[in-house]
Design a protein around this ligand. Sequence first.
Ligand SMILES: [Zn+2]
Ligand SMILES: [Zn+2]
Length: 135
Amino acid sequence: MDEIHAGSCLCGTVRFEVSGEFAAFFLCHCGRCRKDTGSSHAANLFSPNGRLNWISGSDRVRTYRLPETRHERSFCTECGSALPSAQADGFIVVPAGSLDGPVPVRPTAHICFASRADWDPLLEDIPTLDGLPGQ
Ligand SMILES: [Zn+2]
Ligand SMILES: [Zn+2]
């Protein structure tokens, strides 16, 4: 029996469910993923047999594909949040941060690690705050 994972965007317009299992969970540090997330890496779950159902807001989901590449990104046109995509190869790709419940698997690997941001190395060495700074 497949697990069902619910998710949504930041503004709540788009809600979805993904059923199926996650075969891989990659943290991709490539320049495209850094650009499209604005962060150090993308964090995407890959399901080879998953099904993606939009619960609400499917008319606000837009998918951008970088021309002549397989790099694709779905997002909410209201708030810009990353959303799942159904890829041409049949995989459902789910941004881990878009899920509302616990992520059921640990990351598989950092990928494109040679392309990581110049500020990325040794992040575990910097101070950690439990809340916002200045509180
Ligand atoms: Zn939204
Ligand atoms: Zn990437």
